[in-house]
Design a protein around this ligand. Sequence first.
Ligand SMILES: *Cc1c(COP(=O)(O)O)cnc(C)c1O
Length: 232
Amino acid sequence: MVIEVISMNVAKIKERIADAAIKAGRKPEEIKIVAATKTRTLEEMIAVAKSGVYAIGENRVQEAMAKKNSWPEDVRIPWHFIGTLQRNKARKAIDIFDCIQSVNSSTLADTLQRIAKEKNKKLECMVEVNISGEESKQGVDPGDVEALVEHVLNDCDCLKLIGLMGMAPLTEKEFEIRRSFALLRELCSKLEESLQIRLPELSMGMSDDFEYAIMEGSTMVRIGTALFGPRR
Ligand SMILES: *Cc1c(COP(=O)(O)O)cnc(C)c1O
């Protein structure tokens, strides 16, 4: 897609974010855009990075590695991993990404911890929660979140837990979508209370549902199609 169109799309999304935030009685600057860049070209990614999004979000380690290797040094932006991470890709992922949004088991947390320690790195991460109840969706079950979060806090000193990530069910029903986002927000506040911690980030909302996510407290929306058009 043409560069000018991408920066126009970023501006449009920012307007929609601001409208949704104000409607919800929130400040627009509380919400960051992560550009979901799977299948997009390097040129498209550089254009979006220069248009003022907060981070790049990639789903596949292999694809991200190829892109990161050709990334221009003067374009600085955090890289977030938003896909499903296989443990045998953890080492590469740690080299590429500043934040892993999809920590969904204690074994994955342990692997990331071990490698981060070896590399003397502190790695930002988020716990991915299955808020949709759909079998096909990734993430830890809501009932198991607290145990995983406690494990990360107590046993993974090289991981810096910044929040929770989740995906709404595939439905048109506003009520169902908002209920699942509300669930993530409630889980987050409960954890903050019971563990006496701060979890500032709620990564939820995509092209089709980010306004609902913002109304339910999202601080990070992950947008692909609405920025770049349909995926090839
Ligand atoms: C692709 C993807 C998105 C963005 O999806 P769109 O509907 O294109 O905005 C967000 N989050 C994850 C985890 C994704 O894989």
